[in-house]
Design a protein around this ligand. Structure first.
Ligand code: TYM
Length: 331
């Protein structure tokens, strides 16, 4: 059976981008594959969270994984820092990851631009840790959004380099995975780029948002003054709202508003109201389950312990073999 690995950073509540880009696929894959889904708390250290924030965020992602429908009996759910074998593999892979290629990674360049005072080594080697996460379980499929495509390419590079260096066909190649034809990018509400946690207040709809919060954010989404000719190409901020509608609304609703737009009869207020209600509906079952399990400390502990044990079993098998391949041998 093919192995699947993916993770989400513990940097706050999960949003619709995380859900439609990644989480939804996790849930679909858990029945068919040997799945490992983790909470990337080591990756979140690049921005120096306080101990209380770190712990709170890890717990929140665990709650939201479960609330969204990952089943701990089917998939292995674990916290990345509970599996120290990952950091050991990260060290080995770092020896064959070069400054030039790490500096060229788009995500690194974006982070440097956004926060030039905090260009730390962990940020630079972020894709190496991610490669370790994936290949430690010898995964071949990695359900992620479009923004992670380059990181997957780098994971293949690092795995292949290890294989070549030791002349050993050991790590299989992992590929980014989505059920559709291409990887998904969910836009935010600011009229610009993707939905994200750090893209500014009001840009993201979180799975745990109340219906009122969702309505307020959507009604404030950026729009223009409306089409001026029939069948006009939609500007970015309007296309974004239609793209969001594509994932939360029915095809009929989408077609209806598309037609109104093309006939220049659209009222953005109506479009936003519909979009907000469809988002409220789409997130309702998750929101209810978040509230139901948020305070069940025993259950959360049990899931994390069980997952850590299973993940370590798989990871330590790889590390034993990797040590042997590298040449760390007993006297
Ligand atoms: P992170 O935490 O930024 O995002 C988690 C997942 O959500 C997807 N995603 C989106 N998809 C579509 N549209 C969006 N607007 C959007 N925003 C986020 C991301 O593509 C991702 O799949 N480096 C990773 C975490 C990670 C990881 C790994 C993933 C660490 N090790 C190993 C896979 C395998 C990250 O920062 O994702």
């Amino acid at each position: 059976m093919e192995t699947v690995v993916s993770g989400i950073r513990s940097t706050g509540n999960l949003h619709l981008g995380n859900y439609y880009g990644a989480l939804q696929n996790f849930i679909k894959m858990q029945d068919e594959y040997n799945c490992f889904f983790f909470i990337a708390d080591l990756h979140s250290l690049t921005t120096h969270p306080t101990p209380a924030n770190l712990h709170g965020n890890v717990k929140q992602v665990l709650i939201e994984y479960l609330a969204a429908g990952i089943d701990p009996e089917k998939a292995t759910i674990y916290v990345q820092s509970d599996v120290p074998e990952v950091t050991e593999l990260y060290l080995y892979l770092n020896m064959n990851a070069y400054l030039g290629e790490l500096e060229r990674a788009t995500s690194f360049k974006d982070k440097v631009r956004a926060n030039p005072e905090n260009v730390n080594a962990g940020l630079l080697t972020y894709p190496v840790l991610m490669a370790a996460d994936i290949i430690i379980h010898k995964a071949t499929k990695v359900p992620v959004g479009k923004d992670q495509e380059q990181h997957l390419e780098m994971a293949r590079t690092f795995g292949n380099r290890f294989n070549r260096l030791y002349n050993h066909d050991y790590f299989p190649e992992p590929f980014a995975f989505s059920f559709g034809e291409s990887l998904i990018k969910i836009p935010g509400l600011d009229g610009k780029g993707k939905m994200g946690k750090s893209e500014g207040e009001g840009n993201a709809i979180f799975l745990g948002d109340t219906p009122e919060a969702i309505r307020k954010k959507v009604m404030r989404a950026v729009t223009d003054s409306g089409p001026t000719v029939e069948n006009q190409q939609k500007p970015q901020e309007i296309q974004n709202l239609f793209d969001l509608m594509k994932v939360v609304s029915t095809p009929d609703t989408l077609a209806h508003f598309d037609e109104l737009y093309n006939k220049m009869a659209i009222r953005y207020g109506d479009l936003k109201k519909q979009l907000a209600e469809d988002m409220v509906l789409a997130t309702a079952p998750i929101r209810d389950r978040i509230n139901a399990i948020a305070n069940d400390a025993d259950y959360l502990r049990k899931v994390a312990e069980m997952g850590a044990e299973k993940a370590r079993e798989s990871a330590s098998r790889t590390i034993r073999e990797v040590r042997e391949i590298i040449g760390f041998r007993k006297f």
